[in-house]
Design a binder for this molecule. Sequence first.
Ligand code: CA
Length: 232
Amino acid sequence: MSNKIKILLVEDEEAISNFIATTLKANDYAVVMAHTGKEALSMLSSHCPDLTLLDLGLPDIDGTDILQKIREWSNIPVIVVSARTEEADKVNALDMGADDYIAKPFGTSELLARIRTALRHSAKTQNASQTGNVFQAQDLRIDFDKRQVVVDGKSVHLTQIEFKIVSLLAKSAGRVLTYDSIITELWGPYAIKDNQILRVNMANIRRKLEKNPAQPRYIFTEVGVGYRMVEE
Ligand code: CA
């Protein structure tokens, strides 16, 4: 029993909280629940959870403040669960160190998939040697050492910037990367946060990788937030 992965669920609405807890327990996770920000912070230290699901709208402390406090001392995967439809809030949470976000209302399978992805990435970070130098998803294969991209068995020529963008997304496959975080990674922290150049590059990347760029199979746009590479 003690071997179960433990999830801290921070959610003030009883009905949602109970629903998520039931779902998680049915999928063999151990669950501890906090209904306020204060409770969340104390339970994080006392229960050592493996992952936190964090509602942004809490009665006492704002979720983003909690996230900031967590990131001062912990790398625990945090998935923000939010009813906020404002894209700026999602972007803000991701840039502040959330691993992912999921917007209410969401489906059970989507929630479980996000949890598995976040846990897998956290395990990889802890054991970096497990990270292979090749990424494979469906018919897309990226060899990071050889700087080679193959789609449907055919080698694809990408420019240096395009390759960097694709590699970055592949190394975080399954997770959304914000426009700002991609720009910072590629052009440094002082680069002008202009999404246009990213959009132009992405259009070229899709033209080269996707059969139908309007319906991508590999790289998805999270409107107003960023891009997400498919995981498998
Ligand atoms: Ca709430």
